[in-house]
Design a binder for this molecule. Structure first.
Ligand SMILES: Nc1ncnc2c1ncn2[C@@H]1O[C@H](COP(=O)(O)OP(=O)(O)O)[C@@H](O)[C@H]1O
Ligand SMILES: O=C(O)[C@H](O)[C@@H](O)[C@H](O)[C@H](O)COP(=O)(O)O
Length: 185
């Protein structure tokens, strides 16, 4: 695959997506988006109440993110996106959108040539124990640690032909960043 336009830093809640994504964006000089900032209020409230999101909650959110990526890529902007993207179908939406009713992506770009986003997936993977420990120590965040099991249950680990690397979260942040930078060389 040609050099990616977008790095998708994915994984369960607490795997380090926001931390690693922001560091990578700063290292690369790419734009950074944290998908958490794009959840509608209903999704946040649902998670706050300890109820896991389902496809219906996530698909419009992923469509919105695809539209952002598509526009940035079309203008030559490289992007790092931190997003749970737990299922293969969610990652597919980030790459190519979704145009079948009733859950449509923003159609304002309709008529434009569809842009398939060239994505490298960086999957932050790790044990339940390490990640739940980090979530329990993390303060001032809307996501309750009790939802972690449902995140692991939903997770579909990337596999071929997806363009991905997997990095264990037991590595230090500097090792994780160095691994991604080496992959991009
Ligand atoms: N590789 C790492 N080593 C140690 N702590 C980490 C690492 N990655 C993330 N953390 C810490 O773990 C917690 C969860 O990270 P965060 O970036 O919020 O995860 P996510 O965005 O996936 O929910 C934060 O307190 C963060 O500082
Ligand atoms: O798809 C989902 O269920 C959510 O995106 C979820 O995976 C995400 O983890 C929350 O938005 C909390 O945010 P943190 O990942 O930062 O904990």
């Amino acid at each position: 695959m040609a050099a990616p336009d977008v790095l998708l830093v994915m994984g369960v809640s607490g795997s380090g997506k926001s931390t690693v994504g922001a560091l990578l964006a700063s290292e690369l000089g790419w734009k950074f988006y944290d998908a958490d900032d794009y959840h509608p209020e209903e999704n946040r409230m649902k998670m706050q109440k300890g109820i896991p999101l389902n496809d219906e909650d996530r698909i419009p959110w992923l469509c919105k993110l695809h539209d952002i990526l598509r526009r940035d890529v079309a203008s030559g902007q490289h992007v790092v996106l931190a997003c749970s993207a737990l299922k293969k179908v969610y990652r597919d939406i980030l790459i190519q959108g979704k145009d079948d009713a009733p859950l449509e992506c923003d159609q304002s770009g309709k008529g434009e040539k569809p842009v398939e986003v060239k994505l490298l997936v960086v999957h932050l993977t790790g044990s339940f124990d390490i990640i739940s420990g980090r979530l329990l120590r993390r303060k001032d965040h809307f996501m309750p640690p009790e939802l972690l099991q449902s995140q692991f249950d939903t997770l579909e680990t990337p596999s071929a032909p997806e363009n991905f690397i997997q990095i264990n979260v037991d590595k230090s942040l500097s090792e994780i960043i160095a691994t991604v930078m080496e992959t991009l060389k």
